[in-house]
Design a protein around this ligand. Structure first.
Ligand SMILES: Cc1cc2nc3c(=O)[nH]c(=O)nc-3n(C[C@H](O)[C@H](O)[C@H](O)COP(=O)(O)O)c2cc1C
Length: 198
């Protein structure tokens, strides 16, 4: 079975993009995919800022990516692009780091006007890392992702369905999708039932 690295690019402790990423991860895990999760908090700020390729956490991240077949990268939209902290980390990956990876980008923003940020900002970075296949990403606004009092991130039905489809496409582009049966109704139900608390 395949392994997917997830990379959460929000500096916020309570993050919608991280919540969306977690939902996708839970779904993939239920199909036997191994998830290797990384967040910005796993790295020393100085290592990121000064591009320390020899930092132990950076090396562990590089190795995890090299060993995986897929990557999901989640980011908030900041100033019409992805987060700067995420870029610092992506800059520490070697050339061609994604050459045998299927990649799913996820982004959240305050308004629909930056829904193309993944396409015009993040996608070229993933392409420069030679991503083998980039699955059509998801952009969700704050209105489509609501925190409930119990810490559960509620997705609108449309986002839920789009996430289901995106996860299906990612699975289909892994080298070993195994015996996964991707019936959209089943996937939708599992996304709905997955619980995320902060
Ligand atoms: C510094 C900063 C810049 C932002 N710039 C934009 C922007 O250009 N366009 C937009 O739609 N939302 C913008 N937002 C709103 C965030 O994208 C939005 O709140 C997002 O859901 C945050 O994701 P997170 O909870 O994962 O951190 C900005 C927020 C911050 C803090």
């Amino acid at each position: 079975m395949s392994t997917i690295v997830t990379l959460s690019g929000s500096p916020s402790a309570k993050s919608r993009s991280h919540g969306l990423l977690t939902r996708a991860s839970r779904l993939l895990e239920s199909y036997g995919i191994t998830i290797r999760p990384f967040t910005l908090g796993d790295f020393d700020a100085e290592a990121l800022l000064y591009g320390k390729f020899d930092d132990p956490a950076v090396i562990a991240f590089q190795k995890a990516v090299a060993d995986a077949e897929g990557l999901i990268v989640a980011t908030p939209v900041y100033k019409a692009a992805y987060s700067g902290a995420l870029k610092l980390l992506l800059d520490l990956l070697p050339e061609r780091a994604l050459h045998h990876h299927a990649v799913l980008p996820l982004a959240t923003g305050g308004s629909p006007s930056h829904m193309l940020a993944v396409d015009y900002a993040l996608q070229p970075v993933l392409t420069s890392l030679k991503a083998r296949h980039i699955v059509g990403g998801i952009y969700a606004t704050e209105r489509e992702l609501t925190w409930r009092d119990d810490g559960y991130l509620e997705l609108t039905l449309e986002i839920e369905q789009r996430l289901t489809q995106a996860v299906s496409r990612l699975l289909a582009h892994l080298p070993d999708p195994g015996q996964v049966l991707l019936h959209p109704d089943q996937l939708n139900r599992q996304i709905r039932e997955a619980r995320i608390s902060f």
